[in-house]
Design a binder for this molecule. Structure first.
Ligand SMILES: Cc1cc2nc3c(=O)[nH]c(=O)nc-3n(C[C@H](O)[C@H](O)[C@H](O)COP(=O)(O)O)c2cc1C
Length: 291
């Protein structure tokens, strides 16, 4: 069994009853139910599906610590531009918290940020029969919907995908964004010497929350001593995929920030822990993008 498959089976096996060290799991169910309800008053539809029986292994940032951030968007100016493609159904998850933290940090540092929230947009991730040959060969015209996204991609210096780890791949909605927006003739084309990526001088980066072993925070080499070999293998597997995607599109893969050290929903030190997580992400972004 591959390491990915092993980790995935671990997630499934420990999704409710067991308590991994990084746990978002909740031994204190009523308290979590209360938090779910309080968030539910703002966002009832999402919460109903988040927790029908009052318990969840998903992360829930306490209401008073949710730090929503709305970026200002791209202008025609010449500041660096980062396109955030965020694929998370819940605005109060730790994963979304990482998106908010990163967007705010970039704007504080003079970088323009445009947010494409795929759930808010109700983005349809399915390549339709009608659209197939456009995606595959670039024949015909992009729809207005896809053209708009491609304009954001064209304007961006960096594209950051933010999604939780669901079965070790991009969540379906962001995978569909990749399939539909990064079409042939837009992102790459055939030449006499093979495929040529067309999105030169740009980069991709991924921010991903995960919920398995509590094995690390960051990227390759950032295990925390629980099973560093597995952590690195896991990160290297992502790097293989990301490098390949970047190669296709002709841009640079700047790597990932993977958080597998999510504060427990009921932690007494939640504020300190989420502050530390936010700071770790900012330190990483500074290193990768702002040096
Ligand atoms: C459908 C689904 C599949 C998941 N698969 C994985 C997985 O393969 N590996 C993993 O580490 N976590 C997996 N998780 C756990 C989530 O990554 C974890 O709950 C999430 O990152 C917690 O952060 P969030 O609540 O901020 O989204 C899965 C969660 C869902 C809902």
């Amino acid at each position: 069994m591959t390491i990915i498959a092993t980790m995935l089976s671990g997630v499934v096996a420990c999704s409710k009853a067991d308590t991994p060290t990084n746990s978002t799991q909740n031994s204190d169910t009523p308290q979590v139910a209360e938090k779910v309800d309080s968030v539910g008053s703002e966002d009832a539809d999402t919460v109903t599906s988040a927790s029908t029986d009052g318990t969840t292994s998903a992360s829930i940032v306490p209401e008073n610590l949710v730090d929503t951030y709305k970026p200002k968007g791209f202008t025609d100016g010449d500041k660096k531009k980062v396109l955030f493609v965020v694929a998370d159904p819940r605005k109060y998850s730790v994963n979304y918290d990482l998106a908010n933290t990163a967007m705010e940090y970039f704007e504080e540092n003079g970088v323009e940020v445009e947010l494409r929230d795929l759930y808010d947009m109700e983005f349809d991730p399915v390549v339709s029969r009608e659209e197939f040959y456009y995606a595959k060969d670039g024949t015909g015209q992009a729809s207005e919907e896809i053209k708009k996204e491609q304009e954001f991609v064209s304007q961006a210096d960096h594209i950051i995908f933010v999604y939780p780890n669901w079965h070790d791949t991009p969540t379906a909605i962001v995978k569909g964004y990749m399939e539909r927006v990064f079409a042939k003739q837009f992102a790459y084309r055939d030449t006499d010497s093979g495929l040529e990526g067309l999105l030169k001088d740009k980069s991709i980066y991924t921010i991903m929350n995960a919920g398995f072993l509590g094995g690390g925070r960051g990227y390759i080499g950032d295990g925390v001593g629980i099973d560093d070999e597995a952590w690195d293998e896991y990160m290297k597997a992502f790097k293989v995929m990301d490098d390949d995607t970047a190669g296709f599109w002709g841009l640079e893969n700047k790597g990932r920030f993977v958080n597998d050290r999510t504060p427990s929903n009921n932690s007494e030190n939640y504020k300190e822990e989420i502050t530390e997580l936010r700071q770790d992400l900012k330190n990483e972004l500074k290193e990768v993008f702002l040096k």
